[in-house]
Design a protein around this ligand. Structure first.
Ligand code: NAP
Length: 401
């Protein structure tokens, strides 16, 4: 087996890029070095020598000095252009950009085949948790029935602090932004998009199903209030933002929605920026992997593991996807395997009943009204949730039971 030397062209020297730099400097035995780093802002002070940096992507992409491109920038469209160009130049890529990967998966899959290059992305889901390669390799023949997880550190951090410090969402979010745990525009994180991008990537490796982000419903903690935390607390529950991909009969259910979890769940005690992924299979039963879901060094270490894998020419085999495609299924047929018309039991907090009009409520099991808060526990047609999808003015807080 080869153990070739890797010369890295790195894009991005922010949180994860710098983490990778540190982790690589402390690694022993890995024959890899960062030769050039492309960044954007010419006026930013850098922690390492200026000779490492370039502002011109061509300097890395076209000069043939690098046998691996590591893409760690924060813009999904620009990242897609960089990754495409590198792959078309016959160079393998490591990325942690879940949005870029989830939005463009089909084209990226075809580029890997067409150019016979690898695109690997362990850091894109679950931060430091080694989940993608495990789904691909370890569970390659296991009959998996469900993959679900706490996949967004920002949501888990906010929910943990709200509960443990008895504070409302706005106060904790503001503090999280000041301390670098939340973005200045936190929408992609708090509204569940980031969780969804990650569960989409895990669904490809667990079940061989490729879905487009807009085909999958997500809602998050953007409207959570302390009343909801209290509701959970009084019943011995915790609210966790979960991405879920589950086989039910011969169909799959895939979504990202906050859930109440019980004390018995392995996910209950996963707090703050920690992430967890629970994998369930027919023979392996339930296994939970827990670890830091984000951050400079934890994510840098996942990226380093990918780089190390490239020293022995590792590529994802996409075994489950290839099996599905072998049955005369096209990649875009993944959606046909997903179920939308089912009943889901939800806790829904609202201000005004008018806000519920877009949901197809099948039956109400419990209703509570007070001067400060109203909620129902109801079975709702899942499909009707798309009527409130991605609406910033929607004020419902929805939590699966
Ligand atoms: N942060 C985490 O914990 C974490 C965890 C898992 C995955 N990720 C993913 O990892 C990626 C990087 O995240 P991050 O947190 O490290 O971002 P970040 O701290 O905001 O850093 C982004 C870096 O990208 C550079 N950049 C932006 N546009 C560029 C372009 N067109 N060409 C070259 N460089 C460009 C920036 O340059 P300047 O330095 O000049 O501004 C900066 O160095 C994202 O896809 C993110 O979703 C992050």
């Amino acid at each position: 087996m080869g153990n070739k030397e890797i010369t890295i062209g790195l894009f991005g020297f922010g949180c994860v890029g710098q983490g990778l730099y540190d982790v690589l400097n402390h690694s022993e035995g890995l024959k890899a070095n960062i030769q050039k780093i492309c960044v954007k802002d010419k006026n930013k002070k850098r922690k390492i020598d200026a000779s490492f940096f370039t502002y011109d992507k061509k300097e890395i992409l076209t000069q043939g000095h690098h046998n691996v491109i590591v893409e760690l920038i924060d813009n999904a469209n620009e990242a897609f252009d960089i990754v495409k160009e590198a792959m078309n130049n016959g160079v393998s890529v490591v990325s942690a950009n879940k949005k870029m990967l989830a939005e463009n998966f089909e084209e990226l899959y075809q580029l890997q085949t067409k150019n016979n290059v690898a695109l690997i992305y362990e850091g894109s889901a679950g931060g430091s948790i080694p989940i993608i390669r495990n789904l691909e390799e370890y569970y390659d023949n296991e009959l998996l029935s469900s993959v679900k997880g706490i996949l967004n550190g920002t949501c888990n951090y906010i929910l943990s602090r709200m509960e443990l410090e008895n504070k409302d969402y706005t106060a904790i979010l503001k503090d999280a932004q000041l301390n670098g745990f939340a973005e200045s525009d936190p929408w992609l994180d708090v509204a569940g998009f980031d969780t969804k991008f990650k569960i989409l990537l895990l669904t490809i490796h667990a079940f061989g199903i490729v879905l487009k982000p807009d085909d999958v419903f997500n809602t998050g903690i953007q409207n959570v209030s302390y009343d909801d935390i209290l509701y959970a607390k009084q019943r011995g529950l915790r609210i966790k933002m979960l991405g879920l991909s589950q086989k039910v009969g011969d169909k799959y259910r895939v979504y990202a929605i906050p859930h109440f979890v019980t004390r018995e769940s392995e996910l209950y005690n996963v707090l703050y920026e920690y992430n967890a992924v629970e994998v369930e299979g027919a023979f392996s039963c339930k296994q939970t992997l827990v670890g830091k879901g984000a951050g400079s060094h934890p994510t840098g270490s996942a990226v380093l593991s990918d780089i190390s894998a490239l020293t022995y020419d590792y590529k994802y085999g996409y075994k489950k996807l290839k099996k599905a495609l072998g049955n005369n299924t096209k990649i875009e047929d993944g959606i046909k395997q997903v179920e939308f018309d089912f009943s889901i039991k939800l806790y829904i907090r609202f201000q005004d009943k008018e806000q519920l009009k877009d949901l197809q409520i099948l039956n109400v099991e419990e209703e509570y009204k007070s001067a400060s808060t109203n909620y129902i526990i109801a079975n709702v047609n899942f499909n009707s949730l798309f009527n409130i999808y991605n609406k910033r003015d929607n004020k419902l807080f929805v939590c699966a039971i």
